[in-house]
Design a protein around this ligand. Structure first.
Ligand code: MG
Length: 186
C-alpha cells in the first residue's frame, strides 16, 4: 500500500488554501480589504501591502490550513447533499443556532491575540465586504457558505490583529532604538 501524503510544506499549504478559497469565490485581496478597513480606523500607518502579507502568512500555517480545507469541504459536501441525517439541512440552511462554524472562526481569529476574537465578532455581526457577499450568496438554493463566511471573517480578523502587532512592534523599536531580531518576527 502506498503511503498517503498528509504533511505539506508551508508553501504547499498556502497554495492549497489560495486555490480552494478561489474555487469557493474568495480572493486574498478581498480578505485583506476587510483587514485594511478594520485596522486603518485605528492606525494611519496601515498599508494594503501589510494586510495582504498578513493574510498570506496566516494562510501558510498548518492549523489554518486544516481549518480552511475542512470548512470549504463541509460547505461543498452540504451543497452536494452528501451528508446523511438532520445535519445535512442544518448546515445547508445555515441554522442560526448552529454554532460550530463560529467556534472554528473563534479558534482561527485568536491566532495573534485575544483582540482578534473581538475583531471577528465585529466582522461577523456587521458582515463586512466579502463576508456579506458570501452570506447573501449562501442564501441561494443549493449554495452553502455556512463555514466559509466564518473562516474568511476569522482570517481577516487574525490578519487585522497581526497588523496591529507588527505596527506596535515597530513603534516599540522606534522608542527603544533596538535592532530587531528575526526570531521575533511576527
Ligand atoms: Mg456561518
Amino acid at each position: 500500500m502506498s503511503k498517503k501524503k498528509i504533511i505539506y510544506t508551508r508553501q504547499e499549504m498556502f497554495e492549497f488554501n489560495r486555490a480552494i478559497l478561489m474555487k469557493r469565490g474568495v480572493t486574498i485581496e478581498e480578505i485583506a480589504t476587510i483587514c485594511y478597513q478594520q485596522q486603518s480606523k485605528y492606525n494611519d500607518n496601515v498599508t494594503m501591502g501589510l494586510c495582504i502579507e498578513s493574510v498570506e502568512k496566516i494562510l501558510s500555517l498548518r492549523d489554518i490550513f486544516h481549518h480552511v480545507q475542512l470548512a470549504c469541504e463541509i460547505d461543498r459536501l452540504a451543497e452536494a447533499h452528501a451528508f446523511e441525517g438532520p445535519i445535512q439541512d442544518i448546515i445547508l440552511e445555515d441554522l442560526g443556532l448552529f454554532g460550530i462554524d463560529e467556534t472554528m472562526g473563534l479558534d482561527v481569529s485568536g491566532l495573534y491575540g485575544t483582540i482578534g476574537q473581538t475583531n471577528f465578532g465585529d466582522i461577523d455581526v456587521n458582515k463586512r465586504g466579502i463576508v456579506k457577499t458570501l452570506n447573501d450568496l449562501g442564501k441561494e438554493d443549493d449554495k452553502c457558505h455556512t463555514f466559509l463566511d466564518d473562516i474568511v471573517g476569522a482570517i481577516a480578523a487574525a490578519a487585522s490583529t497581526r497588523v496591529a502587532q507588527v505596527l506596535n512592534e515597530d513603534l516599540a523599536h522606534e522608542v527603544e532604538g533596538i535592532e530587531r531580531f528575526s526570531i521575533f518576527d511576527l
